[in-house]
Design a protein around this ligand. Structure first.
Ligand SMILES: [Fe+2]
Ligand SMILES: [Fe+2]
Length: 262
């Protein structure tokens, strides 16, 4: 049995709507779902591990993202003092999923911090996928408010738990991906329980509300509506991300230079 993105997409439902979504768009938006725990059953994990030549949790910058592609995406060099916008343009693009999430937050009148959290909530998937809530929070922690990084950290766990008060239901898609009897791992459940009673619970919850599970293939997404919000809420280091001698600078450098051999 070979489990790849196309196979998974097929399991999502062979509806006309799914069929018409450009693969790039869907794959980008579903990245963490595709990679996270598809191989939870021991059998699938064993077979997949035998057939794959890479670990499933590898970041999207490091593997081919499109079926039929003959080579990895070419990367332009980063400017000497890269900003968050440079990373969006040169490394995270097309970033459809996070841009759609942030656009929804903007259109529904959410706070600027929530909009920023939605914009940043999955960018770390370019680097690594398992536990992306925790990795993603760390990546941006020095540059955003504590509330924003907190929301990013806990959105991963909250995705598995409904909250009817905000209209968030357990994603139907997860039944298809993980099975009806799937139980999140203990650290996810513990994180959910902790977050559920935290004063910032809604910061993480609203990320999941905007974490789109249906996709508009015609959606025009752009970073432009968020430039001012980034300017107000993201503390861009003057030396450039990766050059500021910050404890997380190496993570930004790795995204900037994923071909660095050591
Ligand atoms: Fe996520
Ligand atoms: Fe997401």
């Amino acid at each position: 049995m070979k489990v790849d993105r196309r196979t998974l997409l097929a399991t999502l439902g062979a509806t006309a709507a799914v069929d018409t979504i450009p693969f790039e768009t869907l794959a980008d938006a579903l990245e963490h779902h595709l990679s996270y725990q598809l191989d939870q059953t021991a059998g699938a994990q064993q077979v997949a591990a035998e057939e794959r030549t890479f670990r499933r949790g590898v970041g999207s910058l490091f593997v081919m993202q499109k079926d039929g592609a003959s080579s990895l995406k070419q990367l332009e060099p980063m400017p000497p003092k890269p900003t968050l916008l440079d990373f969006f343009r040169l490394r995270f693009a097309p970033a459809n999923h996070v841009l759609q999430s942030a656009t929804r937050a903007l259109k529904t009148g959410m706070s600027e911090e929530t909009i920023l959290a939605c914009l940043l909530h999955d960018i770390v998937l370019s680097l690594i996928k398992p536990d992306h809530g925790w990795w993603g929070a760390q990546l941006v922690e020095p540059y955003v408010s504590e509330k924003v990084s907190w929301g990013i950290r806990y959105h991963q766990a909250l995705r598995f738990y409904p909250d009817p008060s905000v209209g968030y239901e357990y994603p139907e898609m997860y039944y298809r991906i993980f099975g009806r009897d799937y139980t999140p791992s203990p650290h996810i459940e513990a994180a959910y329980k902790y977050a559920r009673n935290h004063k910032w619970y809604m910061e993480a919850r609203l990320i999941t509300v905007n974490d789109l599970y249906s996709f508009d293939p015609n959606a025009k997404v752009s970073i432009d509506p968020f430039i001012d919000i980034i300017g107000r809420h993201f503390k861009q280091p003057k030396e450039g991300l990766g050059n500021d001698n910050n404890p997380v600078a190496h993570m930004w450098r790795t995204i900037a230079n994923p071909d660095q051999p050591l």
